[in-house]
Design a protein around this ligand. Structure first.
Ligand SMILES: [Zn+2]
Length: 207
């Protein structure tokens, strides 16, 4: 237990939404404020995400903050001992252990802030973010702007059926869409939680 704050409890904050909704920007904003308050901050992102270089997390608006690459959530535990605040970006790529790891860190009295996609491009829950949302103390849903109609957008549209569920960044491959304008490629309309399962039978669309 950190003797400088003996009675302080930890907690989990989750920031979720579609692509281009400002999740990373919000994560960086919270982490910057913690740094200004002279709290010890450690920041992690999955090693699958090397869009803007390996040693920073960077928002679409070009805010950036130094971070450490980790292959899975359990790798965070080895680098978190000294931290009071833990920032994690792109949580949906860190594997099924992320909720357990976040719980462990919060139980140690740390503030854990995780940003990530809550839905995949089909509009289905993107594990392990649903499990993380269930155990978080604080949840923020960020909305983007629908690129078709201009309404608030909670979903991510994929233009081409390539790369399965996990394609990082991909300029021009994704855009934010509202519920009404969001469409799923016919070959992907099925299978509930099926991940990267080819040739799933199409299901009837609910009109
Ligand atoms: Zn729309």
């Amino acid at each position: 237990m950190n003797e400088t704050r003996p009675t302080k409890s930890g907690w989990i904050e989750v920031v979720v939404g579609p692509m281009y909704s400002g999740k990373t920007e919000e994560l960086i904003r919270r982490l910057r404020r913690a740094q200004i308050a002279r709290q010890r901050v450690e920041i992690f992102k999955p090693s699958i995400d090397v869009r803007y270089g390996a040693d920073h997390i960077v928002s679409h608006s070009e805010l950036r903050i130094p971070s450490r690459l980790v292959p899975t959530a359990t790798d965070i535990l080895a680098h978190a001992d000294e931290a009071e605040v833990i920032g994690i970006d792109e949580g949906q790529f860190l594997g099924p252990e992320l909720p357990r790891v976040a719980n462990t860190l919060a139980d140690q009295g740390k503030r854990v802030i995780v940003a990530g996609l809550d839905q995949d491009y089909r509009g289905l829950p993107f594990e392990p973010m649903p499990q993380l949302l269930a155990i978080a103390e604080y949840i923020t849903k960020t909305l983007a702007i629908c690129m078709v109609c201009g309404e608030p957008a909670g979903r991510t549209q994929k233009h081409r059926a390539e790369g399965g569920r996990v394609v990082v960044g991909g300029a021009g491959l994704y855009e934010a869409r509202c519920r009404r304008c969001h469409t799923v490629p016919v070959e992907d309309r099925a299978g509930g939680q099926a991940q990267a399962k080819p040739a799933a039978p199409p299901v009837q669309e609910i009109a």
